[in-house]
Design a protein around this ligand. Structure first.
Ligand code: 5GP
Length: 115
């Protein structure tokens, strides 16, 4: 079963795609938590960071290269932004296709708050 993100990458369901290349695809989050909230996803399905292997180094490195490019495009590079990757239950990971969030456009506050 392919993930919802694979369906976006394969154009089976719509999304606001802002960047794509041979290794990664980036699209706007459907439920944005900041004025810029974009997900950068390896085209290969890797469920979580726990499933990463050495063979993935190039595609995962590409996430950072593309994050920098998108931050510039979105005009958030100078003021700063947050890159976030959730892994598993305690991090509330919802979609089991590894992805990097890029969040910006407002002060984001401390990274963690106690419930
Ligand atoms: P996670 O909690 O797994 O790190 O984040 C999953 C993110 O995917 C959430 O921010 C959620 O809003 C976003 N998301 C879930 N389903 C879809 C979808 O179908 N399209 C888009 N564009 N984003 C989605």
């Amino acid at each position: 079963m392919s993930t919802i993100f694979s369906k976006i990458i394969n154009r089976e369901i719509p999304a606001d795609i802002v960047y794509e290349d041979d290794l990664v695809t980036a699209f706007r989050d459907i439920n944005p938590q900041a004025s810029t909230h974009i997900l950068i996803v390896p085209n290969k399905e890797i469920p979580t960071v726990n499933d990463v292997s050495a063979e993935d180094e190039q595609r995962l490195g590409r996430l950072f290269v593309v994050a920098k490019k998108i931050a510039e495009q979105e005009g958030i590079a100078e003021n700063g932004y947050r890159l976030l990757i959730n892994c598993g239950k305690h991090a509330n990971q919802e979609v089991f296709h590894l992805h990097m969030h890029i969040l910006g456009g407002r002060p984001l506050g401390p990274i963690l708050s106690r419930p």
